[in-house]
Design a binder for this molecule. Structure first.
Ligand code: ADP
Ligand code: MG
Length: 350
């Protein structure tokens, strides 16, 4: 569906494992003092002095987590880094290093891996992180990418999932549901393409939601913003599986309940119009869509004046006593229990 403009095809066999690693990693420069040794030895060496360290890993598997028929490899490289940085930022930490491991079959050419690494390199540049290692191996089927991200922060700045207190405000960054709707559009175009390969889809109407699916941004800016506003959330989590599931994580771990207001959930106009076109309820998508990579946090009422004018932060509800349970307050003002469907099971609702 997405035309392969890179016509040259160099087989991986010609390079050998070490040649390939050297080739793919030659442009990575070191930006952080904490990176004492990066790529090139048996292990990287890091020195964080008195800081606390956060470490997180994600595994991405072809045809489970991504589909190369509409995901350009450059975007995939970028997204693989974002998915991990998002977890680092959700701890309120500053991301500093990543390792990138790949398993590839001989279906992939050197040029294809160059594209993947171009995306990784762009992400490393924009987000100011060092790529300090990884592993390269062959796979008999598709492409597998595993990224581990490392971040640093002072102990007193760490924000866990379990600190939410009754009366805290429930706050979300950005808008929700766009990545999922972008995926629906891409899946639809893939089906159209199968029937008519000559068809050139006009995707202008969906540019924002497709970009949210193919090229998400992790919210590094929010960690900085919170510092600038002098606000430390009482709890925080990144939104990878859908708002509903993440709220439930915070409530269960913090032993609290919540009231989430349907009419406060931030939606982009393109999400609303595409939901209408697909005849799906936009609240369902925001609650269960996933892959938003926004941050969900709880903030003490005292901090409300500091955040209320900020366009990046939307108050969507508040925390209650655990005994009150977790609820969605609908536009019609009925209170319905929150359940986590997760984006995987969305296909079998209706
Ligand atoms: P080892 O045999 O000890 O696993 P490798 O030969 O696999 O070492 O790796 C050599 C160096 O290259 C190490 O620093 C390793 O972290 C790095 N490296 C290997 N594969 C990748 C990759 N796909 N991306 C980034 N760095 C890599
Ligand atoms: Mg190795």
């Amino acid at each position: 569906m997405i035309e392969d403009k890179n016509q040259q095809r160099t087989s991986l066999e010609n390079l050998g494992e070490f040649g390939l690693i050297d080739h793919l990693t030659k442009n990575f420069d070191i930006k952080h003092k904490s990176t004492v040794k990066g790529i090139g030895d048996d292990a990287a060496v890091l020195d964080f002095k008195s800081k606390k360290i956060v470490v997180t890993t994600d595994l991405l598997i072809e045809n489970v987590h991504f589909d190369l028929s509409y995901m350009p490899l450059k975007h995939l490289g970028y997204k693989a880094i974002m998915v991990n940085l998002s977890d680092v930022f959700a701890m309120n930490a500053n991301a500093t290093q990543v390792t990138v491991s790949i398993a590839v079959s001989n279906r992939f050419s050197l040029e294809a891996l160059e594209d993947l690494y171009a995306g990784i390199e762009t992400a490393a540049k924009i987000y100011n992180i060092d790529v300090v290692g990884g592993d390269t191996t062959s796979s008999t089927t598709g492409l597998i990418i595993s990224v581990t991200a490392i971040g640093e922060l002072n102990e007193e700045d760490i924000v866990y999932r379990n600190g939410a207190k009754p009366n805290d405000l429930l706050v979300v960054t950005g808008d929700l549901g766009a990545a999922y709707m972008g995926l629906q559009v891409l899946e639809r175009e893939k089906e159209v393409f199968k029937v008519n390969p000559q068809n050139q889809p006009d995707l202008d109407l969906y540019s924002y939601i497709i970009e949210r699916q193919l090229k998400p941004e992790a919210r590094q800016d929010i960690v900085k913003l919170l510092k600038d506003l002098d606000v430390k959330p009482t709890s925080m989590i990144d939104i990878s599986d859908g708002l509903s599931s993440e709220i439930i994580h915070i409530c269960k771990q913090s032993k609290v309940g919540c009231d989430l207001y349907e009419n406060k959930i931030p939606l982009d106009p393109q999400v609303i119009s595409t939901c209408e076109e697909f005849k799906i309820d936009s609240t369902t998508i925001a609650l269960n869509g996933g892959e938003d990579y926004e941050l969900l946090m709880t903030i003490s009422q005292e901090d409300f004046p500091k955040i209320k004018a900020n366009p990046n932060l939307t108050v969507i509800g508040f925390i209650t006593e655990e005994s009150r349970g977790m609820h969605l307050v609908t536009r019609g003002e009925s209170r319905i229990p929150l359940i986590a469907k997760g984006w995987n099971s969305l296909s079998d609702q209706e």
